[in-house]
Design a protein around this ligand. Structure first.
Ligand SMILES: NC(=O)c1ccc[n+]([C@@H]2O[C@H](COP(=O)([O-])OP(=O)(O)OC[C@H]3O[C@@H](n4cnc5c(N)ncnc54)[C@H](OP(=O)(O)O)[C@@H]3O)[C@@H](O)[C@H]2O)c1
Length: 370
């Protein structure tokens, strides 16, 4: 699907962007060009060390801001596909610097759209977040604007053969600034701050996020907002998974935070089709032919009153499952020193009992805590 295509990813040095590049180079090594577009030269330099030009002749690094329309125009020369992931996404920072968030997340989105049309790009997928559904903070509000800009861009593309779609999902495990790395950092202090014991979130891994974007690229009709069916977790279960030995301190919900996140509101559900692994929110514009879409892709309408909310989800991650995912995807050893020592003692006594004393001592000496 990406073989022979030139792809540009805005925010290519971010958590999503880095995983996207890794997956694309692995799955589609014959991609013609893979352009990373972002502001910070250092992050780009570090990434270019991982992907040296000699070994990855497809890779390009473009320093640029999505707010800078001219620079984006230059970067989009001969590009076939754009993935728009650049964003300001820290809720408190967006609250405190609202117009900065608007400039990047809203005006930047429109710059991507207009340049993509003018540069003959064929497909654009933009990343959205659950915080954009019925937003209560500025970050979510700017992402809702961005979603609407991308979906509506299908109406004013004129004769250009281009499609725009959006992929919306929830908390990405281990992305920059997310709760798991935060808890891991707090763990040595013995206390984890919990906003509210009832709080829930949707959870997705970076790999799943990238695969969903690739799925959207292959199947998009133009105008869909793809929402994956993903599990929820309780924040307290994340805390237990990261540091079962830590005490929890309830610090209260912060301004701009919801107790539960939503990906599809009750009103959105009126225009939503359900598939096996995901939902598609369709544009609520009369120009959009739902009947033709259903004929091509199938899907069934959601029932009246349906909403897709992290608090009423049917799929849940237990504390053990979260721990397994952290160990698999974040490669973090979550065992405490005491647990490690206990395990070492157990292994040693088993080996000694089996008469392998020498081998047992060697196995234990591999751990420097003992
Ligand atoms: N992480 C999550 O939990 C989550 C959940 C749902 C949706 N999303 C969405 O997924 C997307 C990617 O998120 P992420 O976690 O990868 O974020 P991230 O790690 O913070 O990365 C953001 C990227 O955007 C770039 N960027 C920021 N402002 C820019 C600008 N004005 N012009 C060009 N590049 C800019 C950053 O690089 P520079 O700073 O060097 O420019 C960085 O490469 C975002 O759209 C976000 O809303 C994220």
């Amino acid at each position: 699907m990406l073989t022979g295509k030139a792809v540009l990813v805005t925010g290519g040095t971010g958590s999503f962007g880095r995983k996207f590049v890794e997956v694309v180079l692995e799955k589609y090594p014959q991609v013609k060009r893979l352009v990373v577009y972002s502001r910070d030269e250092l992050k780009q330099f570090e990434m270019s060390q991982i992907y040296p030009l000699g070994k990855y002749p497809q890779m390009r690094f473009f320093v640029g801001d999505v707010r800078d329309k001219e620079r984006l125009y230059r970067a989009m020369e001969d590009i076939d596909i754009v993935i728009h992931s650049a964003a300001l996404k820290q809720v408190p920072a967006c609250e405190y610097n609202p117009f900065e968030a608007i400039k990047t997340n809203v005006l930047g989105a429109q710059n991507v759209i207009e340049n993509a049309i003018d540069r003959g790009v064929r497909k654009v997928v933009a990343l959205s977040t659950d915080k954009a559904a019925a937003p209560i903070n500025l970050y979510g509000a700017t992402k809702l604007c961005s979603d609407k800009l991308f979906i509506t861009a299908n109406n004013f593309k004129g004769k250009h053969d281009i499609k725009f779609s959006v992929v919306r999902y929830g908390n990405v495990m281990n992305s920059r600034g997310s709760v798991i790395p935060f808890f891991i950092k707090k763990r040595p202090g013995g206390i984890l701050p919990i906003t509210d014991p009832e709080m829930t979130r949707f959870s997705i891994t970076l790999n799943e996020g990238v695969n969903l974007v690739l799925y959207a690229l292959t199947h998009m009709w133009g105008g869909e907002l793809f929402v994956p069916k993903i599990p929820s977790y309780r924040i307290v279960d994340v805390a237990r998974a990261v540091a079962p030995e830590c005490r929890h301190e309830i610090v209260g919900i912060r301004p701009g935070e919801k107790l539960h996140e939503e990906m599809i509101t009750e009103t959105d559900a009126l225009n939503t089709l359900e598939f096996d692994d995901y939902y598609v929110i369709l544009p609520a514009t009369p120009l959009w032919d739902v009947a033709r879409f259903k004929e091509a892709f199938g899907g069934k309408h959601c029932e009246r009153g349906f909403r897709y909310c992290s608090g009423t989800n049917t799929q849940w991650l237990t504390s053990d499952e979260i721990r397994g995912l952290i160990e698999k995807h974040i490669k973090e050893d979550l065992h405490t020193d005491q647990e490690r020592q206990r395990e070492d003692r157990r292994r040693l006594s088993l080996l000694q009992a089996a008469g392998h004393k020498a081998a047992g001592l060697q196995a234990v000496s591999e751990r420097d805590e003992v």
